[in-house]
Every structure is written in C-alpha cells, then in structure tokens.
Design a protein. Structure first.
Lengths: 213, 568
C-alpha cells in the first residue's frame, strides 16, 4: 500500500498543488448535502461546485452574449472531470479546487460555500487579473520541481489557486465556444460553406467573428 | 449483393474493401468477372452508415472527447492523437478485440469495416517518379523495382480521372504532373511563404496539396463537389472525397458481378500442388466463428500490408512451409512507413485584416527537394522528404493570460486571432530486411488466429534526415519573417504515418522478392497482392494513389490471364 506522501510524489505535482489535510477536507465537504445548493456536482464537493459556478460567472459573465451559467459550463466541467479526465488530471483538479477553497477561507475568514459574488470577483481579479511579474512568479511556484529527497508538501495555496483558475478558464473557453448557443449564434457558424476562399477581407468573413466549427 | 455460395467457383476473390480492394472489385467486376469480395468487418453503406457526418461539437456529450471507459478500448488507436474522438472512433478498431504485440513500439491504426481506411484516409494523392522507382537500384539498396514510371503513368491517369484529384501541375521530375481538377486556394500567409520561398530558394517551391476531392463540375457517379466542411473522416454525405464506399464499391455493385460478404476474415489462401495455383481462401465468419472455404480462379489480396502478409504467412503447405510465396524469406520483412512530425511552427504578424472562408480539407505542400541530383544531393542521408502543413488564424486563446477574464476575454475569444503556421516533413524510410513482423501462434485472438508481432524501428538514415527536416523548416519560416519560430521533432514510432508497407515486396527475382512486376506472387501466379505490401521502396509521398494505380493495372493483367486460360 502506498502511503500518502508517496502517492503525492508519484503524482508528480508541483508544490502549488495541494491535497488538503483531512480536517480541512471535511470542512470543505460539510455542505455536500446542503439543500440550498441549486446543483449537486457528481465529481466535486458541493462547496467546490458552488465556488466553480461563481468563478465561471466572473470569467465568462453574461453580457449581450451568453455567459458560463447560460450554457451550464460548471456542470459540464464537473461531469468532464468525472467521466473524461484521466487520474492525474482529476487529482490535480481536485487539489486545485481544495487549494482555492483554503485560500478563500484565509482571505475572507469564511467557508467558500458562504462566499458572495463580490468575493469571488476579488479572488479571480487577484489571480487572473494579476500583473505579468506576479503571474510569472506564481507559474514558477506552480511548476517548481519537487525535491525527491524532501518530499514534504509545502502547502502553497496561493500558487495552487492560480493554477486552478487557469485550468478552469481553459476548460471554460473550450466548453463555451463549443456550446450550441455560442457556436451557432455568437461565432461564425457556417456548417456547409460550399466554397473555399483562401484570402478575403475580414469584414466579408463572418462579420469579423472567429469560425465556429 | 447475392447470397454467398460455398460451392460456386468464382472468377475472382478480393480480400479487403479499402483503397485497393475497392479498386480490385470495380475493375474485376467491370471486366465481367464474377467476384466475391470479402471484408473482415461490418457493413458500412455510403451515407447511411456515417452516423456523425452532420454533428456539431455540441451534439457530442463531451464536445467530441471520449469518456475514459470508452478510450480504454482504443489505447493503441489513440496514439495518433486524432483517431479516437467521438466523431470517428467507430471507424477504428477496438484494441482489446484486435490485439497485437510489439517487440518494438509500432502504431498500427486499423479500420475493420467495409471501406476500410478509405473512409478515414488523408486523401493526399501524389505520384511516384522514376527518381523513386530507380533509387534502390542506383544506391544498391534492397532490390530494384521491376516497374518504371512510364508503365504506371497511364494507370495514374486513369485513377486520378476516376476518383477526382484536385491540385496543381508543376512539371517537377520528382513529382510527376497528373489529371487534376481545380486546385484549392492557399490562404494569405501560405501565399506569403510561397512568394518568399520563390525569392529565397532556387531548389524548392510551395504548392497546394493534391487531394482526392472533387473540385470540378465534371460528373461523377453519385458524387458531388467538395463543400469544405472538413469532416471527411466521418464519411461525406456529398461523396466529395474518394472512398471505396462512395465510389468503387457502388461501381462494382452496378455490374451485378459482385458478391460482398462482410464479417469474413480470410486467414489462408488454399494451394494446389498439382497445378501450382491457389484454389480459394479459408474464411472465419467473425459473428458465428464458423469456418468456410470459397473457391476462385484468381485471388486478390488487398487486406492492407500487414494483414495480407499475415494471410500469406498463415498459408503453409508442403511446397511453402514458411508461407505462400516465401521462397525468398522476405515475406513480412522490409516494413516501411513514412516518418513525420519533424518540422517547425511560427507566428506571422500581419494580414490581421484578412481571413478565409470554408474549412479546407487540405494543406500546403512543399515537394521533395533533397537528393534529386546536382546540388540537392546530401552527405548525411539518402532519399528525401516533402513538407505538409498550413496556416490558420487562432482565437487568441494562446494569449489568454494577457486577456484575463470577463468581457474582454469574451471579446477576444470570439474574434480571429494570430496567424500561425506549421510545417511537418514526411520522410522516406529505407527498406530494412530486419524491420519485420512475425506471427505469434501462442497468443491467438478470439477467433483462434495468430496475433502479429512487430519488430521495426527508424534507423540512422531516418534520424539524419529528421535533423534536416527540422532545420530547413526553421530556416524557411525564419527567412519569411515568421516570429517565435520553433522546430520540433516528435518521432513517434513506425506505423504512426499509417502508411505501413513493404511486407511482400515486388522484385525481378523470386529469390529476393515475393511479387513480380504485375503484383503476382512469383511462385503462385493467380495470387495478386496489390495493397501496400508490394512496395519495394517507400518514396516520400502519400502512397494510396500508387496502390490504386497498381491495383487497376494488376486487375487488367489478371483478367487477361483468365481470358487466355492461364488460371483455369
């Protein structure tokens, strides 16, 4: 049987990825069955699922075009992690979500499940809106190689949160662009082009929108 | 299709329905031969059996990606990185049901169904030249091709005219011209590179790929012109690209001479010592596991290079203890493929106000420019390579870190992003006797048939060539003003090019080759092998067009022989 420390090392995660200590985890899972949740995730804890949805509303808000909530991105990411992602991707995602939750608690002194939209707004701004120097520093910490002689996991929830939000953003962009509403109505949807033109003015090509398919 | 009669003596049996089998079926049926066509997989009817042809990303649960559980059934097929998505995975085999063994890694991509890989093929269609046909002889490598370009040229003409190939004639000795429909268009950045190369280089040029798509107004039976959806590998509702299903099999069917039997794995060619001829084939019905025999006067093996060699290897007799036609010991040897995924990519700043229309199912092509005489000859490697690639506009997601989140991010990801270009060389692989496949009778598949073990690798010539493939790509892009130019070299393993070939090579001498110049087994003249197995050398161009041309030529030869009473 592999011990936890060994397991973490084998996952090969950078110091930024953290698997929260059991006590913290139990706190994070405390509202798993909270009936006030409008959606119960299958892969994530209820609290992390709630936070994911809030975060997505900040990353891809509803404007004159659909937002993340309008096309159920949180639900998509949760079931994607459950059914598609490989072990390592699952573990990293879970660890990232936990790091973000711990970080949130440190920041606002309350559970993430009780977070308000403006607080999630601040968290997203702090990481995805960070200046290039800080982003670089966070990325370095995230990808820092672990010393195999000294495998103790330093809990860097700061870098972990940054990594998590980046992963969420990447998945969200992909899922959003490939949703029916966006694919058909926002982007240049041209299911049967019928002809090919190699080089035309942008203005004559889908109203300046990127190709959907 | 009529029911299959085990007692009936067919004129011909065709094993396999892919690129080669479809052509064999059409040609033999059109010459009036009663032909039994055997396919190991299920039926796939044109259009009717293309379940994903009209699906958008959102019609798939995970936008086309496969759930882990499903992916686990196709881990070897997944090595390409593009074959096992939800749009096309049903055209690739279940690796758990169809295992093989790897002494060295070999990426064996297969489609077991009517039409075979002609449904999912890359459609790039190029002719071999005499530079290719003479290379082995000139360099003293392996054996000489028993065929020269002028003998096969009319068959290339015939095939191109029938399947529809779009492209541009260039008058190059290393890449003969053909019968082409109108070429597709380069985009602005590709055209920029083309013009720049014309200024910077005397030895090379850039053109649009030659692809088996209809782009003319010419009439093709039941097929219409390309609509630029770029969903070819799912099967095309317009029949715009060539496949057996859209083209050759319906043509064979129309003659009334074809009997097509799916779920029929051929595992042996039967041999009659008295006549020195094959008498038919042994088959396992893959649904019932029932064994049966079918008889014919002539046999065409078109099961794909590995499978056809495997059938011959299993066809043991007193005369051929090591497999039918294997007096030379070359059967199953000389496996070749094209080595690729070595090249470069870059970004182009400019043309921000330009875009394109249509999703072109094709890319740019830079024909071979190494070792074709004079100053092009290289010290460090033999033969050559061509580049395939293309430019396109992204969606800014590559610079998403700068774009943060919220309204700005949404704006950015819905507008056309940077122009990026990629070039990858497709290099010739030399024929090495020691690159081989063998049969493992201890590890059998669920029908009790031996599994195949691969033992093949790239060698020094390929590794040296790859260095040049990277360097020249980097140089061309850099000279043309591309930014962030990065070379890459991702060799994968033989098989990944899905051009496996050479396992029953042609030659002039039965002592050193399996087939003669008519694709006949030297020592069993009524057995023809016309898939990639016959290739004596690989050239650097995509091979399917060559398989079709040789198949059509062999079919005419076989029909003549039959008419003259040679195969009774």
């Amino acid at each position: 049987m592999m011990n936890r420390r060994q397991a973490l090392r084998n996952i090969g995660l950078g110091a930024g990825y953290v698997v929260a200590a059991p006590t913290l985890l139990s706190l994070l899972q405390s509202c798993k069955n909270d009936p006030s949740m409008e959606w119960e995730p299958v892969f994530m804890t209820a609290a992390n699922g709630y936070a994911l949805k809030q975060v997505l509303d900040v990353i891809i808000p509803t404007t004159d075009t659909p937002g993340a909530s309008d096309v159920n991105i949180a639900q998509f990411i949760d079931s994607y992690m459950n059914e598609v992602a490989e072990d390592r991707e699952q573990q990293e995602f879970q660890a990232g979500a936990n790091a973000f939750a711990i970080n949130f608690k440190n920041e606002f002194d309350k559970e993430i499940a009780d977070g308000k939209p403006e607080e999630f707004d601040q968290m997203v701004a702090k990481y995805l809106g960070a200046e290039p120097d800080r982003r670089e520093d966070l990325m370095d910490r995230l990808t820092a190689k672990q010393d195999p002689e000294n495998p103790d996991i330093e809990i860097d929830t700061d870098a972990g949160s940054f990594g998590y939000l980046n992963t969420v953003r990447d998945l969200a962009i992909w899922a959003w662009k490939n949703s029916e509403q966006v694919g058909e109505n926002v982007l240049w949807y041209d299911p049967i082009p019928g002809a090919q033109k190699g080089c035309i003015p942008l203005a004559e090509a889908g109203n300046g929108k990127a190709m959907s398919l | 299709m009529s029911t299959v009669n085990q007692e009936e003596m067919y004129d011909a049996i065709v094993v396999g329905t892919g690129i080669s089998g479809g052509w064999a079926a059409k040609e033999l049926c059109e010459k009036g031969l009663k032909t039994l066509v055997l396919e190991r997989g299920r039926m796939v009817k044109h259009i009717e059996d293309y379940p994903t042809m009209n699906k958008d990303p959102w019609d798939f649960k995970f936008k086309g990606r496969l759930p882990r559980e499903e992916k686990a059934k196709q881990l070897k097929q997944d090595r390409t990185g593009y074959t096992t998505n939800e749009a096309t995975r049903h055209f690739f085999v279940n690796d758990l049901e169809h295992p093989y063994n790897e002494t060295k890694r070999f990426d064996w991509m297969r489609g077991y169904h009517v039409g075979g890989r002609s449904i999912m093929w890359g459609r790039q269609s190029y002719r071999l030249s005499d530079i290719d046909f003479e290379a082995n002889k000139n360099e003293g490598i392996a054996v000489d091709w028993p065929v020269r370009y002028k003998e096969i040229a009319p068959w290339y003409d015939k095939v191109e005219e029938y399947i529809g190939v779009s492209g541009e004639n260039l008058g190059l000795p290393q890449l003969p011209d053909g019968q082409f429909g109108p070429p597709m268009e380069l985009n602005c950045v590709e055209d920029h590179l083309k013009k720049n190369m014309a200024q910077n280089y005397k030895d090379r040029l850039l053109t649009i790929g030659r692809v088996a798509h209809i782009t003319s107004t010419k009439t093709f039976d039941g097929r219409s012109s390309c609509q630029f959806r770029n969903r070819c590998a799912r099967g095309c509702p317009f029949g715009a690209y060539f496949s057996s299903n859209s083209s050759t099999l319906p043509a064979a069917e129309r003659t009334g001479n074809m009997t097509l039997r799916p779920f029929s794995t051929v595992y042996e060619v039967m041999y009659d010592d008295a006549s020195g001829m094959a008498t038919g084939v042994k088959v396992i019905d893959t649904e019932t596991s029932e064994k049966m025999e079918f008889k014919a006067k002539v046999i065409f093996l078109c099961a794909s290079a590995i499978a056809s060699a495997s059938i011959l290897m299993q066809s043991k007799s007193d005369r051929f203890p090591n497999g039918m036609g294997n007096d030379s010991g070359e059967l199953g040897h000389n496996i070749m493929d094209h080595h690729f995924k070595a090249g470069a990519s870059g970004r182009y700043d400019g043309f921000e106000d330009r875009y394109y229309k249509g999703r072109r199912p094709n890319g740019l092509y830079i024909p071979r420019f190494r070792n074709i005489g004079g100053e092009t000859d290289q010290e460090s490697f033999k033969r050559g390579y061509g580049y395939q690639g293309g430019a396109s506009r992204g969606d800014w997601s590559e610079s998403v870190a700068e774009l943060g989140y919220g309204k700005d991010l949404k704006e950015a990801i819905t507008t056309p992003g940077d122009w990026r270009i990629g070039l990858t060389g497709f290099g010739e692989c030399l024929p090495y006797h020691e690159n081989k496949m063998t049969l493992d009778y201890d590890k059998v598949d669920k029908w009790g048939l031996p599994t195949i073990t691969f033992d093949a690798e790239w060698k020094e010539n390929e590794w040296e060539m790859r260095k040049d493939m990277v360097q020249q790509a980097v140089d061309m892009l850099t000279k043309a003003g591309f930014k962030d130019v990065e070379g890459y070299d991702d060799p994968g393993a033989p098989g990944l090019g899905i051009h496996e070939m050479g396992t029953a090579r042609m030659g002039r001498d039965p002592k050193t080759s399996v087939l003669n110049g008519n694709n006949q087994v030297h020592t069993v003249k009524n057995v023809y092998v016309t898939d990639g197995a016959f290739m004596t050398s690989a050239s650097c161009v995509n091979p399917s067009l060559t398989y079709m041309a040789f198949t059509a030529r062999a079919a005419e030869h076989a029909a003549e022989q039959l008419k003259n009473g040679k195969f009774v």
